[in-house]
Write a protein that binds this ligand. Structure first.
Ligand code: F6P
Ligand code: MN
Length: 316
């Protein structure tokens, strides 16, 4: 049964125009199905291996999202982490055609531990063409969002204006309003980074994290580390409380690990809509050009003061 998404349907000023709202509703409906599936007992210990229906949860999530987007008449191409090439939905062009990029199930390495996972999406106004080597660019983005499947299922999105959230109401079988015009504090006391990789960080990166551990004169305490291994969960904590999430360049990932089109760019769009910032340690995520749909980037995202300070230190 399709879910209803009252807030998106009733608030055109906050949820973009009719086309964007239609696609948001379509994605919200698909994510409610993923949320439901994740809570089934047989999936509670799913570590990404085939479950009883023969599919791992990330393949299942991809199938649900791609199916929903293919039914949405404004969608031209779908870029998914699970597909080498864009999946073509409709042979359309012009101002009512969009390409949608998705990370169907973010944080899958944590599946089986009953911790939060997520879905990330970004809608791009369709350009001349889309292919593996002709990705949409940041300036074409019209909306982005993520769903966090945690103790509650929450949809956080931005469609041009501010950042809003909806929470899944099981009794109503619907997403209902949770928070409007969300803003991220300009500072915070959390840094979120995989410190186990610090041996392969640059000296500047080591110095930056060293500063977070010092007792700051004005604050009187060092920062706290919080890192779950799920970008959506780690970013969501920082959006609410302030702080910085970092995935830097490492030896294993010389260009960073996170995907630009369906991880860094949508979260940057949301973060900036909430008065935060996102860079790759040198340049704004919004200013980067991508040449492949699965391009990777380093990511420094969160509270504006912290991202500015980190980026200045990294630039040298
Ligand atoms: O999607 C990539 C991802 O799983 C993110 O959700 C997460 O932030 C990151 O990778 C974790 O990477 P690592 O295990 O290297 O810290
Ligand atoms: Mn991911």
């Amino acid at each position: 049964m399709p879910c209803s998404v009252e807030f998106i349907n009733q608030s055109p000023a906050q949820a973009g125009d009719g086309e964007v709202r239609t696609m948001l509703t379509c994605l919200a409906d698909a994510c409610s199905q993923i949320s439901h599936a994740l809570r089934k007992p047989e999936h509670g210990t799913n570590r990404g291996e085939p479950s009883e229906d023969g599919r791992s949860m990330d393949i299942f999530a991809d199938a649900v999202l791609v199916h929903a987007l293919r039914l949405c008449r404004f969608v031209r191409g779908i870029v998914s982490e699970e597909h080498d090439h864009p999946v073509m939905a409709h042979d359309i062009s012009g101002p009512s055609a969009y390409d949608v990029a998705i990370d169907p199930l973010d944080g899958t390495s944590t599946l089986g531990s009953n911790s939060a996972v997520g879905t990330i999406f970004a809608m791009y106004q369709a350009g001349d063409m889309i292919s593996a080597s002709h990705p949409p660019q940041y300036k074409q983005m019209v909306a982005a969002g993520y769903v966090i499947y945690g103790p509650a299922t929450l949809l956080v999105y931005r469609a041009g204006g501010g950042v809003h959230s909806l929470i899944w109401d099981d009794a109503a079988q619907s997403f209902v309003r949770s928070a409007s015009a969300i803003t991220i504090p300009p500072r915070g006391n959390i840094y979120s980074v995989n410190e186990g990789q610090s041996g392969s960080w640059s000296d500047a990166m080591k110095a930056l994290v060293g500063l977070y551990k010092e007792i700051d004169g004005s604050r009187g305490t060092p920062y706290n580390t919080r890192y779950s291994g799920c970008l959506v969960a780690d970013f969501h904590r920082i959006l609410g409380r302030g702080g910085i999430f970092i995935y830097p360049k490492t030896q294993a990932y010389p260009n960073g690990r996170l995907r630009y089109l369906y991880e860094a760019a949508p979260l940057s769009y949301i973060c900036e809509g909430a008065s935060g910032l996102a860079t790759d340690g040198a340049h704004a995520i919004r200013s980067k050009t991508v040449s492949g749909i699965h391009d990777k980037t380093a990511l420094f995202i969160g509270s504006s003061d912290l991202v500015n300070e980190a980026t200045s230190l990294l630039r040298g």
